[in-house]
Ligand binder design. Structure first.
Ligand code: 5RP
Length: 223
């Protein structure tokens, strides 16, 4: 079986009837949403807050009812993918360009559950370029300031044009090398004027459901 499917489908075991949950973005959580759609058709009650327009489309395709963040005080949990996962379950996210909504929805949730294949597990974050969402205005200047911090930013493209996020912003994919202190880097990048958010998710994930070989296992934070 496809590893992403194995991890994505396993995650529905943590969703109880009647829950409001966050629906992440990407090709792993796709399988979670697809499975939830099957359950909804059999009478299971769940409502999701989508973290991207793309996820809104997947939820509509499979018949998972959507609500907005404004409709809830708190979500029971969010299920989302990741681009890198370190042993403390700090994450790089935003490969699909949805990092801002993903972080807002994760922060509105009691639990964040990550679904991934085992290629996402790394001893240290940083091989995957760190996505940083920035406002369009003066983007060259924001990129230069990031470069002064010691990272190498590249504007994310969609074919010949600059990719524009669901929030009307740009993304800079920043090659950082090994990230020794994710919390500090997240703070330093986020406090630059012009930066909207950074794809470092520190101390947010409770556990990860990781598929490798023909197995799927729960990975908890290393002590
Ligand atoms: C989107 C994300 C995704 O969760 C991340 O890119 C993982 O995606 P996939 O499950 O397709 O490997 O952060 O912004």
């Amino acid at each position: 079986m496809n590893l992403k499917q194995l991890a994505g489908e396993k995650a529905v075991e943590f969703v109880a009837d009647g829950m409001d949950i966050g629906l992440g973005t990407g090709s792993t959580v796709y399988w979670t949403i697809r499975k939830l759609g099957e359950m909804v058709r059999e009478g299971f009650r769940v409502r999701g807050v989508a973290t991207s327009r793309s996820t809104e489309g997947v939820a509509a395709e499979f018949g998972v009812p959507l609500i907005s963040l404004a409709d809830i005080d708190e979500l029971a949990l969010t299920i989302d993918g990741a681009d890198e996962i370190d042993p403390q379950l700090n994450l790089i996210k935003g490969g699909g360009g949805a990092l801002l909504r993903e972080k807002m929805v994760a922060e509105a949730s009691r639990r964040l559950i990550i679904v991934a294949d085992e290629s996402k597990l790394v001893p240290r974050l940083g091989a995957f370029p760190l996505p940083v969402e920035i406002v369009m205005f003066g983007w060259e200047r924001t990129a230069a300031r990031l470069e002064n911090m010691g990272v190498r930013p590249a504007r994310r493209m969609a074919g010949d044009t600059t990719l524009v996020t669901d929030n009307g912003n740009y993304i800079l994919d920043c090659s950082c090398g090994e990230i020794t202190d994710p919390g500090q880097l997240a703070h330093d990048v986020k406090t630059l004027t012009g930066v909207v958010d950074v794809g470092l998710f520190v101390n947010l994930a409770e556990f990860a459901i990781v598929a490798g070989g023909s197995e799927v296992r729960v990975v908890e934070r290393a002590s």
